[in-house]
Ligand binder design. Structure first.
Ligand SMILES: C[S@@+](CC[C@H](N)C(=O)[O-])C[C@H]1O[C@@H](n2cnc3c(N)ncnc32)[C@H](O)[C@@H]1O
Length: 258
């Protein structure tokens, strides 16, 4: 792990207490498959190689899924405890070459345009200034590269999460973590497709498309950083891929029965 350990240490310590919870959640029946799908969809048709960044990487599971198709992979988190767990998970997966950096999503310690893909999963909704973090995500994305986020939607509530858990037969930690996530989302921030598209477009991304998942309780979004002469690699996706436009209502684009 590298990077300054002095950045917002209090907030980092708060998340240190939650390492076990988020590590287990990333392996749960509702979030594990969603993270894997997010990795595939976010990288989409980007050519193999290049650099990938995961902002607020937590225990690192999204980056473990992405790293094999990139030359360089960097996970950033404010919590040293999360980074230690991410490094241990990477060692266990034989992915020691991933670099783990402590830092703040609102002030990323990377030059403009460093990454071909910058992702962030279940982080923006926790931040006091999600627009600043989205702008940073876009800034460090290379022209023609892609940024992608996963957030809770405005349909996400303890009632809707409990209903989803019931319908899909989630029990124990699987059900509890889903409802717990919805409680935090209800207290913090939930987006509809329009507000999420606006957040990413205001950050400087274009060709934003959105994929509602978990019966619309979660939204995946990806956009392209203008420039780079790729003529719009992000956005459309390969034929048959379930990306939908930002105007499509929540719940309208989910496939795969998850
Ligand atoms: C809900 S967890 C998600 C972890 C991981 N992205 C995942 O999907 O499993 C939120 C993560 O964001 C990190 N985080 C919170 N505030 C942050 C900030 N200002 N800068 C960087 N990371 C932050 C937390 O330490 C935690 O690891």
């Amino acid at each position: 792990m590298s990077g300054g350990r002095d950045q917002r240490p209090d907030q980092g310590r708060v998340f240190d207490e939650l390492v076990d919870f988020f590590d287990a959640m990333a392996r749960s029946r509702w979030y594990g498959p969603l993270l894997q799908d997010f990795a595939v969809w976010a990288a989409g048709d980007l050519p193999p190689g290049g650099r990938v960044l995961d902002v607020g990487c937590g225990p690192g599971h999204l980056l473990l899924a992405l790293a094999p198709r990139f030359d360089e992979a960097v996970g950033l988190d404010i919590s040293p405890g999360m980074l230690d767990r991410a490094a241990a998970n990477a060692r266990a997966a034989g992915l020691e070459r991933i670099r783990w950096v402590q830092g703040d999503a609102a002030r990323l310690p990377f030059a403009d345009g460093t990454f071909d893909l910058a992702v962030s999963s279940l982080v923006l909704f926790l931040l006091d200034d999600p627009a600043a973090a989205a702008a940073e995500l876009a800034r460090v994305t290379a022209p023609g590269g892609r940024a992608a986020v996963l957030v809770p939607s405005n349909l996400c509530s303890p009632d809707s999460a409990a209903g989803l858990a019931r319908r899909r037969g989630f029990q124990g930690f699987d059900a509890e973590s889903l409802v717990q996530w919805s409680r935090v989302a209800a207290r913090r921030r939930r987006d509809d497709p329009e507000s999420l598209a606006h957040l990413l477009e205001s950050a400087g991304l274009e060709a934003v498309d959105i994929w509602p998942r978990l019966e619309g309780l979660a939204l995946l979004a990806r956009g392209r950083r203008p420039g780079g002469g790729t003529g719009g690699k992000s956005g459309g996706g390969p034929a048959g891929e379930p990306g939908v436009g930002p105007g499509v209502g929540p719940g309208g684009g989910e496939t795969g029965g998850r």
